[in-house]
Design a protein around this ligand. Structure first.
Ligand code: NAD
Length: 270
């Protein structure tokens, strides 16, 4: 049985709150203590969006926290237990030793024209960069300071391996096993002509490579999305993305469901 402190991040609907109440009683009866600020375990009840918000809430203490989620939404890519059989979790917690699985995150740094760092953040799924007003986004793309391509199109999506099944997948990017320490760069509707020439395919970068995006019109309306959050910048000189060397997200697994089984369950069907 787990020992230590726990917290909940719960979607605000009747079913999720009901499951939370049951699980709360179970955890307290088994000697765990609620600690919302510095938990060892975060139980997430909801959908993938709830997992993303739980991750963000505990970003500063990520290395101390393990997540376990029960899904009450329509798709539960990150979640292990379904609402209809969530009571299996109680038995699993008593009789099984959990496995911990850690997945890589991307870190994004945005710089303004005088070279100062405007913002630094982490994504569990992906970051995207585009024009806030909907016009085409024009940028030079560098890998490790070497010019790679001139991009012009709707925008650029940079995803983690676990995020590869989210927005990246809709864009035609590859699905990546999250045991690989890599990140993926996928074009969003690139325009290709003699001036703006892009590869057209996603590229997968290693943990040591650095992606730099330099927007052509630095004073335009830049919109940076980080998972569910959106940030606007009037001026941006460059955005640097790498795989985080210091932070990973860790999930508790009582039942070994391979990543590919998870992909099949969510997208192809049993
Ligand atoms: P939302 O309510 O719009 O739902 C997005 C959908 O993506 C949900 O069905 C969710 O279950 C699914 N999803 C989220 N993470 C996933 C993952 N890692 N693998 C597989 N499916 C996943 O938004 P939300 O719940 O707040 O989630 C935000 C996410 O939505 C973003 O991180 C982005 O990946 C995704 N998104 C997708 C598109 C698209 O596919 N065209 C567009 C914008 C955002």
């Amino acid at each position: 049985m787990l020992k230590g402190k726990f917290a909940f991040v719960t979607r605000d609907d009747e079913l999720s709150l009901e499951i939370k109440n049951d699980l709360y009683k179970f955890l307290i009866n088994n000697g765990l203590v609620e600690d919302v600020d510095s938990p060892n375990y975060v139980f997430v009840i909801g959908g993938d969006g709830t997992v993303l918000s739980a991750f963000r809430k505990y970003l500063d203490i990520l290395s101390d926290v393990n997540f376990l989620s029960i899904h009450t939404g329509h798709l539960g890519f990150y979640t292990d237990y379904q609402a209809k059989d969530y009571e299996n979790l109680f038995e699993d917690m008593i009789v099984k030793n959990p496995k911990l699985e850690s997945y890589p995150l991307v870190v994004v740094e945005a710089y303004c024209q005088n070279g100062n760092l405007l913002s630094k953040n982490y994504a569990l799924n992906e970051i995207t960069l585009n024009n806030a007003l909907g016009s085409t986004y024009i940028a030079e793309i560098f890998v490790d300071d070497e010019h790679f391509e001139n991009f012009r199109g709707d925008g650029i999506c940079i995803s983690t391996p676990t995020g590869s099944t989210a927005y990246n997948k809709s864009l035609g990017g590859a699905v990546i096993n999250p045991n690989l320490d890599v990140f993926q760069v996928t074009e969003i509707a690139a325009l290709n002509n003699l001036v703006y020439r892009t590869l057209g395919n996603s590229i997968v970068l290693s943990k040591d490579e650095v992606l730099t995006i330099k927007p052509k019109n630095q004073n335009h309306n830049h919109r940076l999305s980080i998972d569910q959050s959106y940030y606007s910048f009037d001026s941006l000189s460059k955005v640097i993305v790498t795989l985080s060397k210091t932070k990973k997200v860790t999930f508790i697994r009582y039942n070994e469901v391979s990543f590919w089984k998870r992909v099949k369950r969510s997208f192809i069907g049993e």
